[in-house]
Design a binder for this molecule. Structure first.
Ligand code: MRU
Length: 349
């Protein structure tokens, strides 16, 4: 999942179709979903067939490409109105990851400023292709900016999947680990399984193993004792949204890991592109947390694991307060506290 691997990719657009690696089938099967319309793209995002903040942003951008190409309405204004409605529907599929709304807005800006239908189609497609290409380059820059943080580490711990599968390729948190591994090839990764959808167990271990990076999966509840005993040099995770004050929304369980890391004196880093920073969100309490279906928790492989009458609470994300974050690794370098200042400076560069 380094982005150079021709045998496997997360998201690719060619010949009027969007191909997505079906992440619900991994690691058992490597199969692709062929999306011919934006509605199928929206379903793929909602159903976690494609997931991870940067990957769903790029995917939604191509959803707009499919929509503008398929539009049956006649005038430029009508097509734009139709596209605005599609944009709204795509943004609504997953509310927490700001990259989704960001990428859709990048595409809509060029759609709105196009003068003709043909120009709109061309500009929408070239913008989606640009976001696709940039995502890979940005992830590599994040990886290289963060590698030195793990230069001396024997072990690193990560949560969820912030890898090539969550991006166009290379990854953010796993990008840092990939870049560090080049200089520190004995680096070992503790991978939280990440209940309830198991992005760590199914996806992070799959791509680390594919790249020859030594890793061990643990249940989320084992992180505390691993941090106490496991000679862990750092925790590195991704992000779905970083508020202006440095509070970080990421996969449920990230906050717990950050608390554990601080208690055990282990530095806790967040790796994310600048497009994950939402300067319009002042702090974590203003971030909408996506609530997922209870069945993700109450069933395992279609079998009930809780009594049907018992309630389930299934927030997909939590917020880690900035004070627990030792650094935010971005494509322009590692941002440090006070984050209000370092984030503002990074965004204004
Ligand atoms: O629900 P998911 O699988 O989309 O959640 C993904 C995460 O929380 C990732 O850590 C985050 O999107 C960063 S991906 C580079």
């Amino acid at each position: 999942m380094t982005g150079k691997d021709e045998n496997i990719f997360t998201v690719e657009y060619a010949d009027g179709k969007l191909m997505l690696l079906d992440q619900t089938a991994l690691p058992a099967a490597e199969r692709y979903i062929e999306c011919e319309n934006w509605q199928r793209v929206a379903k793929a995002i909602s159903d976690l067939e494609v997931r991870g903040a940067p990957a769903i942003g790029v995917t939604a951008a191509f959803g707009l490409v499919l929509a503008v190409k398929a539009s049956l309405v006649t005038t430029h204004k009508e097509i734009l109105n139709e596209l605005e409605a599609v944009a709204e529907s795509l943004i609504a599929t997953r509310p927490t990851a700001v990259n989704l709304a960001w990428a859709v807005q990048e595409v809509m800006e060029v759609a709105r400023s196009s003068q003709t239908t043909e120009e709109m189609q061309q500009n929408v497609e070239s913008t989606a292709q640009r976001l696709h290409a940039e995502d890979l380059a940005i992830c590599k820059a994040i990886g290289d900016a963060g590698a030195e943080l793990l230069a001396e580490a024997k072990n690193v711990i990560t949560h969820c999947n912030a890898g090539g599968l969550a991006t166009v390729g290379y990854g953010t948190a796993l990008g840092v680990i990939r870049s560090a591994h080049r200089e520190n090839p004995n680096l070992h990764v503790w991978v939280d399984e990440t209940r309830p959808v198991l992005q760590g167990a199914r996806l992070s271990s799959y791509e680390l193993h594919r790249d020859g990076i030594d890793c061990t999966v643990i249940v989320d509840g084992a992180a505390a004792s691993v941090l106490r005993e496991g000679e862990v040099g750092a925790a590195v995770v991704g992000a779905d949204r970083v508020a202006a004050n440095g509070d970080v929304a990421n996969k449920i369980g990230t906050y717990g890991l950050a608390v554990l890391a601080r208690y055990h004196g282990v530095p806790f880093y967040v790796a994310a592109p600048l497009s994950t920073i939402d300067s319009a969100t002042p702090n974590g309490s203003s971030i909408e947390i996506e609530q997922r279906p209870g069945l993700e928790v109450s069933e395992y492989r279609g079998e009930a694991i809780t009594p049907p009458e018992v309630a389930v609470h299934n927030p997909a994300f939590d917020v880690t307060p900035a004070e627990l974050v030792d650094g935010i690794v971005t494509e322009v370098g590692v941002l440090r506290a006070p984050y209000e200042t370092s984030i503002r400076e990074a965004l204004n560069k």
